[in-house]
Design a protein around this ligand. Sequence first.
Ligand SMILES: Nc1nc2c(c(=O)[nH]1)N[C@H]1C(S)=C(S)[C@@H](COP(=O)(O)O)O[C@H]1N2
Ligand SMILES: [Mo]
Length: 318
Amino acid sequence: MLIKKAPDIASSEITPERLYVRRREFLRAAGIGVAAVATGVVGGRRPAEAGQTGQDLAITTKMVTTGDEKVTPFDDITTYNNYYEFGTGKDDPARNAGNFKPKPWSVKVGGECAKPGEYTLEDILRPHPIEERVYRMRCVEAWSMVIPWAGFPLGDLLKRFEPNGNAKFVEFETVMRPAEMPGQRRQILPWPYREGLRMDEAMHPLAIMAVGLYGKTLPNQNGAPMRLIVPWKYGFKGVKSIVTINFVREQPLNTWQQMDSNEYGFYSNVNPSVDHPRWSQASERRIGEFFKRPTQMFNGYADQVASLYDGMDLRRNF
Ligand SMILES: Nc1nc2c(c(=O)[nH]1)N[C@H]1C(S)=C(S)[C@@H](COP(=O)(O)O)O[C@H]1N2
Ligand SMILES: [Mo]
């Protein structure tokens, strides 16, 4: 593959400390616990060992957004997955993702921005301190987990590409590798898997690009080397193994909406009062627990994100 040399990313584009502090104030005001941890590399710039799964990550900050809810065990997070590129069974990704190679990796950035190009994963990760964030993950299938992701704010990355005024949405695609991904040899979904966000959603401080979990780089079945996490939306917005980022003018069509637009919409915000046509979304089963628990509006993140949707009919824009 011919790799176009991307324009260098200037150090002035690295997230200013000021912005970082503002984000922490925002999260504190929202009642979210933030703690700096002494890892010996606080504020450090040590990048993730790009693409090697199970490597230790240097975490600079820890944030818990789930109160005293129990964190889901590592074994459940890494063996009960949705990743149709590796099969449709929950245990298929863990069994079939062993031959997937998340290294070397590069991401093609394009569309309405000043800095399009092909960036290596190392280029992408270099300026971003890795934070641990414990988020609820609510699958549209009405089960949920609590996951200690490692990653960095998606907005900090997107800003580096200098999206212009025409960039109203951002679109992401998963890698296309039928030789390593058995599910892609069958027309289970229209490949490659695609997802999108409105720009203000993408810039929201809770949206992250995840590169690890439980303090280590991502296992293949969880989307190595880099995947999206948008905790107030259903899990399917969290597109895995990202190779394309496009800034676009029009609302993009995501894979599940393309599959059936009566069942899956663009916004896909967790909403207990808007049922899926085939099942209720009012409650969920936390993996590892027997009794169901009520699902919370915006997955419990309403205080932080509800204002993004002021004046919108969330029944129509599901
Ligand atoms: N490329 C790709 N990304 C994907 C999926 C998929 O099938 N392919 N499944 C989605 C769904 S439905 C969910 S619930 C989450 C699951 O993430 P996890 O397996 O890390 O828990 O990944 C999302 N991202
Ligand atoms: Mo899901």
